[in-house]
Design a protein around this ligand. Structure first.
Ligand code: ZN
Ligand code: ZN
Length: 483
């Protein structure tokens, strides 16, 4: 008997945690963080209690209460952990946090399956981001060890790490009773896949997050053709933009950028999502068009390096961009009164690896030659503009989604204050979504022609009823049986 249970992404965008069970095989597809539910309780000033993560998150409905799933060091605050894992794998569709963010809580003896691009992004995130990111390794918490000086004394053990088993998905991968066919698809982050899962009661299609209007639309088309050939019984489909009739495409966006960057007399400052490498490609091309170089931050440059090391294909390379080295902590970068080794101590270990590259630039370099650069700048980096000092005729291009909640609206208001201060408001808004339009989702489902449709990752699941007669809507944690 094949059963599907949604433990997230029901009536909301993100937080995907899909349990598919068939006989003795139990596999989660994605194990993401629900930003909506998280935002109902937490703010930057009211953060979870690290020592009691799992217990608190279970009570708040952020994690499902399942045995044999969670890492014992945190679960022990709640109950005795099972000796053995009770799940056969976690399969990740892509590395966005609403799909992979809660992997940090999973026991290390449950194997993870994903694409090499997904693994590389998670690895870069783990090495560079603040917060609880334990994907490829887990650091065992609350552990003691004998002191090295006096073995009769116990000290906190902060170095104990367990490697997680990561398996890179082949086009066809067998996990116990499941045969999983993996197809790369178009989305707004490297390493995104859709799946066709062969079970004892027919094929199940899971889209993950998908679109058709980006640089990789033909990959999504190919997946749809393959999915159709399996004559599936069920599609679990995202529906983020199910109410949007059409989509503005990535190539339209690049064309718009070309026209915006021509003949700008000052600095071009831009913002786009940190891990959207296809958007970075659009900005690299736009910068080239204006005979400039795109300047990205250390985190993006480091991520490009990790993608390259892992052999992820069709990505921008670190040599195609310039790397912005900001002043940090003491603000003594290039200050001759301080030895270079002391200057370097202002930077983290992974940042140090990038500082000496020939394509690294400082605020001074940009300030002296603003017409040579397109400077990418996140909201929290707007303060670097004090050092860059943009002159009259400088512009700002915003290429991220419009605010979806009060917090984002407030951030945008503050960003506008900064832009007005530096004479760069009004800004230009040019963005294209990472998700398929309603028209494209409808066309995809009609082509694949499954018996049942299960909408997830959408606030409007009822919309699916307008084009399919068997739409399954179950509540959180309620099983749906295929037989
Ligand atoms: Zn998502
Ligand atoms: Zn996504």
């Amino acid at each position: 008997m094949t059963q599907i249970t949604l433990h997230g992404a029901v009536g909301e965008i993100g937080g995907n945690k899909i349990l598919i069970e068939d006989g003795d095989t139990r596999i989660f597809f994605d194990f993401g963080l629900s930003f909506g539910r998280w935002g109902d309780f937490f703010t930057p000033y009211l953060q979870p209690r690290k020592w009691n993560y799992i217990s608190d998150f279970l009570k708040l409905g952020l994690l499902p209460d399942l045995d044999g799933l969670y890492r014992p060091d945190y679960e022990r605050r709640l109950r005795e952990s099972s000796k053995e894992p009770k799940f056969d794998g976690i399969v990740l569709s892509h590395p966005h946090l609403d799909h992979a963010g809660f992997l940090s809580f999973i026991r290390p003896d449950i194997p993870v399956f994903c694409s090499i691009g997904c693994k590389a992004i998670l690895q870069a995130l783990e090495e560079t981001a603040f917060g609880f990111h334990e994907y490829t390794f887990i650091k065992e918490a609350f552990k003691l060890r004998p002191s090295k000086r006096d073995s009769s004394k116990l000290v906190k053990d902060k170095d104990s790490r367990i490697k997680r088993e990561f398996n890179i998905l082949e086009t066809t991968t067998k996990i116990d009773d499941f045969t999983i066919h993996t197809y790369p698809v178009d989305h707004s982050v490297p390493g995104a896949n859709s799946f066709i899962i062969e079970t004892s009661e027919g094929a199940i299609v899971y889209t993950g997050d998908i679109r058709f209007h980006g640089r990789r639309g033909t990959e999504s088309d190919f997946f749809v053709e393959k999915a159709k050939s399996f004559d599936p019984v069920l599609i679990i489909s995202e529906g983020t933009n199910i109410e949007e009739p059409t989509s503005f495409g990535e190539m339209d966006l690049q064309q718009k950028l070309f026209s915006l960057v021509e003949n700008v007399p000052g600095l071009i400052t831009v913002n786009f999502p940190v891990r959207d490498m296809d958007r970075m490609r659009s900005f690299i091309e736009a910068a080239k068009h204006a005979d400039r170089s795109l300047v990205v931050n250390l985190k993006q440059a480091y991520t490009l390096g990790v993608l390259e090391e892992n052999g992820v294909k069709n990505m921008p390379t670190i040599d195609e961009i310039s790397i912005f080295i900001p002043k940090k902590r003491w603000g003594i970068l290039n200050d001759i009164n301080y030895p270079v080794e002391i200057q370097m101590r202002d930077y983290l270990y992974w940042e140090n690896k990038l500082i000496d590259r020939t394509n690294s630039v400082t605020a001074d370099d940009i300030s002296k030659n603003p017409k040579d650069f397109v400077y990418r700048c996140d909201f929290f980096e707007l303060k670097n503009l004090f050092d860059i000092n943009p002159q009259e005729g400088s512009i700002f291009i915003r290429s991220v989604t419009e605010p979806v909640d009060e917090e984002m609206e407030l951030d945008l208001k503050k960003a506008i204050n900064w832009l007005m201060f530096f004479g760069m408001h009004p800004y230009e808004q040019v963005h294209c979504s990472g998700h398929a339009s309603g028209y494209d989702i409808k066309e995809m489902i009609q082509k694949i022609n499954p018996k049942y449709v299960m909408p997830i990752h959408t606030e409007k699941p009822d919309e699916f009823n307008s084009f399919h007669s068997d739409v399954i809507q179950k509540g959180l944690g309620v099983k749906f049986s295929l037989s």
